[in-house]
Write a protein that binds this ligand. Structure first.
Ligand SMILES: [Zn+2]
Length: 185
């Protein structure tokens, strides 16, 4: 049981303080620590770990108060079901996000439409793990599909130019083929 998993700290982060110190946190977290993300996946066993980094900073802005920012990066490879061929596919998730912190939720709501970056409030202690999982969930494609599916779609043999010799298959043999034991999980 030696896991080197490094989930973001569970204690809420005092963002203003972290920004003063220019705090930089990073780790490689076990995907099993992200239950909501796991629920959205296909073959859970093949999901990768989640590599993440969070950098807090105070930024000086001309003519304005110093601003508190978080640069959040993350990446993972997750198995999803291709909606075209229904096989499992691997999707890369990559986060590269900027958050600006305002004193209160009300401030953040008031400015939300005017800026590109996401706004969060300093008055709410930051749960970095929750934020990371939220963002990974939002990075999932609405409809997952291979760039090009490994299994070619099956068309009618009538479309083929070449003669097709159907193989005579004993129906009992065919059934037996279907009864292979499922792969061990
Ligand atoms: Zn596919």
């Amino acid at each position: 049981m030696s896991t080197s998993s490094s989930f973001p700290p569970k204690r809420p982060i005092d963002v203003a303080k972290a920004a003063i110190h220019g705090e930089r946190l990073s780790g490689v977290a076990d995907i099993r620590d992200f239950p909501r993300l796991l629920d959205a996946l296909d073959d859970r066993a093949s999901a990768s770990n989640v590599t993440w980094q969070a950098v807090f900073q105070n930024r000086l802005v001309a003519g304005a108060d110093q601003q508190v920012w978080l640069h959040l990066e993350g990446s993972a490879h997750v198995p999803l079901t291709c909606q075209r061929c229904l096989e499992v596919m691997t999707q890369s998730l990559t986060l590269d996000l900027e958050f600006r912190f305002l004193p209160t939720e009300a401030d953040a709501l008031a400015q939300d439409d005017d800026c590109e970056e996401d706004l969060l409030a300093l008055e709410t202690p930051l749960d970095l793990g929750l934020l990371l999982e939220d963002e990974l969930l939002m990075a999932l494609p609405l409809v997952a599909s291979h760039d090009s599916c490994p299994t070619a779609p099956v068309f009618s043999v009538a479309d083929a130019d070449f003669p097709v010799e159907p193989k005579a298959v004993n129906p009992f043999q065919a059934l037996a083929g279907l009864k292979e034991p499922p792969p061990k999980a």
